[in-house]
Write a protein that binds this ligand. Structure first.
Ligand code: TNX
Length: 519
C-alpha cells in the first residue's frame, strides 16, 4: 500500500472507531413500572430506537392514531421523527402495532421486545394505548455528548386491568381550573392507565358548565369561588374540547351536577328555584349541607331536566353523575322521590346515573352506580339492591386529605393519608360483604376547598394518584408496599421531566441520581 493509501486507511479506521457508538444497554431492573403488569418476563438485550426506526401498523385508523401518539411522544422526548407505515406483512425489525384476536381482555395488550423488533399487540386501539404507556415507561433516555439515545429492554409483557373503572375526580366548583389545567391533568392520568375523569361541575360555590336554556347559572353562579376569587366556567364548546382531548387518551369524562344539596350557586342565580322565591347570596365559604333545591316546585324538575338534556348532548360517555351527597337540608321523605325522579330522567336521555352513596335510600335501577365515600352501611345497602359500587373511601382515597399534620394544603376530616396508607388497601376487602364482583372500580377525588392552582393539584395528587392507578389496574397478588415504594422511587426522574410538583414523601427512597451514563 502506498503511503497515501496507508494514511487514508488509518484515517478511515480512526474515523470508524470514533463514530461507532457503544451498544446501548438498559435494564428492566432500573425501571419501576406503575401499575405493575400482570406478567413481566425479562429477556437479554436492548432495542434501540433510532431516528430511522420504522413504526408499522397492522390494524384500523384508530390504531394508526395510537401509533401517532407514540411517535409524537418520542418526538417530544428526543426530536426523532419516526415514520409510520401500514403493513400486514411479517415484520423483522422496527416497532409493530397490531390488533390481535388472541387478546381477549378489555384494554388488554401484549408487548414482545427483542433487540430488533418490538411488537405491541392489543385487543383494540384502546388496549394498544394502554400498552403504549408501558412502552413509554420502559423507555430509557440516555444523553451524552453524542446526543440522545433511546432504549427499551428486551421483555415479554402480558397485561390487562382488574377493574373497568379507574378514575379520578377534580372539583372545579370550589376553585375553578382552566381547560389547559384540566388537559394537563388528563395527560398525567393517562400515563398510569387511568380511564375516567369525573368533573364535579357544580356546588354551592360555583356553577361551572354553560347551560344555554338557563344562562344565569354561569353568569351569576359561575362568577365566584371559595374565598371570593373570580371563578369561571366552561362554555359548551370548551367542555367538548375537554371531552375530545380525554377521548383521544381513552379517558371518559363524567360530568356531575350535584343535587338536591350543594346547590347554592344555582339557587343564587334563579330566585324561582327557591321555595320562598328569594335568591340567597352567592357563597364563598366552605361549609356543606345548607342548601337544597325546592323539592315541591315543578319548576325544579323542569330545571333539572333542561340541565340533563343539554349535558347529555355534550356527553358521549355512558354516565351522568347526579351527586346526592350531604343533602342535610332536604328531608329524607323529600330526598327519596327527588332522587328517584332524577334517576329516571337520566335514563330517559339514554344515560346511566351515578350518585354518592346516600342515593341508595332511593329505589335504584340495577345499572345505576353508587359511589361509596363515607358510609359503609350505604354501600352495603346499595349492593343489596343489586347495584354496583364505585370505591372512593374518604379515609383512603381522598386526595384532598393532608399527607401528614404539616402538609400546607388540604383538609383532615377523614384522617391523614400518607403515601403508604393511600396505596395499602384492597377495594375488594375494604367493606365486609362487598367483594370484587360488586365493584365497578376505584376513583380518587380531589376536592378543592384549599386547592387553587395546578401546582396545588399536583402536590396533592402526586404521588398518591399512581397508587390508586395500581390498585385499580394490577392484580392484588402482585401488590406490596415494600416493592411498590421502590418502583415509585424510580418514577422520580420521569415526574421531574414532566415538571410535576411532586410531594417528596420521606417514605419513598426517591432515586434522584443521574443513572444514565453510557459506561
Ligand atoms: C365531603 S365527599 C364532600 C365534599 C367536600 C369534601 C371535602 C362528598 C361526597 N362530599 O362536598 O368537598 O367532603 O373533603
Amino acid at each position: 500500500m502506498s503511503t497515501l493509501g496507508k494514511t487514508i486507511f488509518l484515517f478511515l479506521f480512526i474515523f470508524a472507531s470514533c463514530s461507532k457508538k457503544p451498544k446501548l444497554q438498559t435494564s428492566i431492573e432500573d425501571i419501576g413500572l406503575i401499575p405493575i403488569p400482570v406478567s413481566v418476563d425479562s429477556q437479554p438485550g436492548t432495542f434501540e430506537i433510532l431516528e430511522s426506526t420504522p413504526i408499522y401498523v397492522n390494524g384500523d385508523d384508530e390504531l394508526v392514531k395510537v401509533a401517532n401518539y407514540f411517535s409524537e411522544t418520542i418526538h417530544i422526548i428526543s426530536d426523532f421523527h419516526l415514520e409510520i407505515a401500514s403493513s400486514s406483512e411479517e415484520i423483522k425489525s422496527g416497532v409493530l402495532f397490531k390488533i390481535s384476536s388472541e387478546i381477549k381482555n378489555e384494554e388488554g395488550y401484549k408487548i414482545t421486545a427483542s433487540e430488533n423488533l418490538i411488537t405491541l399487540e392489543a385487543k383494540d386501539a384502546e388496549g394498544a394505548f394502554r400498552g403504549v404507556q408501558t412502552l413509554l415507561q420502559l423507555l430509557s433516555v440516555q444523553e451524552n455528548a453524542g446526543g440522545i439515545r433511546l432504549g427499551i429492554p428486551a421483555v415479554k409483557i402480558e397485561d390487562y386491568p382488574q377493574y373497568a373503572y379507574r378514575g379520578s375526580m377534580l372539583d372545579v366548583s370550589r376553585h375553578f381550573f382552566s381547560v389547559d389545567e384540566v388537559k394537563r391533568y388528563i395527560d398525567l392520568m393517562a400515563s398510569y392507565k387511568l380511564n375516567v375523569l369525573h368533573l364535579h361541575l357544580t356546588d354551592d360555590q360555583g356553577w361551572r358548565i354553560e347551560i344555554k336554556s338557563w344562562p344565569k347559572l354561569t353568569e351569576i353562579g359561575g362568577s365566584t369561588e371559595v374565598d371570593g376569587g373570580d371563578g369561571g366556567f366552561y362554555t359548551q364548546e370548551q367542555y367538548k374540547d375537554i371531552v375530545n382531548y380525554a377521548a383521544a387518551r381513552y379517558i371518559t369524562i363524567i360530568p356531575e351536577i350535584d343535587m338536591p344539596g350543594h346547590t347554592n350557586a344555582a339557587l343564587a342565580s334563579y330566585p324561582e328555584l327557591n321555595c320562598d322565591g328569594n335568591a340567597p347570596e352567592l357563597y364563598t365559604g366552605t361549609e356543606v349541607g345548607f342548601s337544597s333545591l325546592c323539592i315541591d316546585k315543578e319548576i325544579t324538575y323542569k330545571f333539572v331536566e333542561d340541565v340533563i338534556k343539554e349535558l347529555v348532548e355534550i356527553t358521549p360517555g355512558p354516565y351522568i353523575h347526579i351527586g346526592g351527597d350531604e343533602s342535610h337540608s332536604t328531608e329524607l321523605e323529600d330526598y327519596i322521590p327527588f332522587v328517584t325522579r332524577v334517576q329516571d330522567m337520566v335514563y330517559k336521555y339514554g344515560k346511566t346515573p351515578i350518585g354518592w352513596d346516600e342515593i341508595r335510600h332511593a329505589k335504584l335501577k340495577k345499572a345505576s352506580i353508587v359511589q361509596f365515600w363515607a358510609n359503609k352501611e350505604n354501600a352495603k345497602a346499595a349492593v343489596k339492591q343489586g347495584v354496583k359500587v364505585l370505591m372512593s373511601p374518604s379515609a383512603r382515597s381522598y386526595m384532598d386529605m393532608k399527607y401528614d399534620s404539616i402538609t400546607p394544603l388540604g383538609l383532615q376530616w377523614a384522617g391523614l393519608i400518607n403515601v403508604k396508607k393511600a396505596y395499602n388497601w384492597n377495594p375488594a376487602t375494604l367493606v365486609d360483604s362487598i367483594s370484587k364482583k360488586d365493584i365497578i372500580g376505584v376513583e380518587a377525588p380531589l376536592w378543592a376547598e384549599t386547592i387553587e392552582t395546578m401546582e396545588d393539584i399536583e402536590y396533592m395528587t402526586f404521588p398518591r394518584l399512581l397508587g390508586y392507578a395500581e390498585i385499580s389496574w394490577s392484580p392484588d397478588s402482585l401488590r406490596n408496599w415494600e416493592t411498590y415504594k421502590l418502583r415509585l422511587a424510580k418514577q422520580y426522574k420521569d415526574l421531574k421531566l414532566k415538571n410535576v410538583n411532586l410531594y417528596e414523601s420521606k417514605m419513598v427512597p426517591w432515586e434522584k441520581g443521574i443513572k444514565d451514563s453510557l459506561e
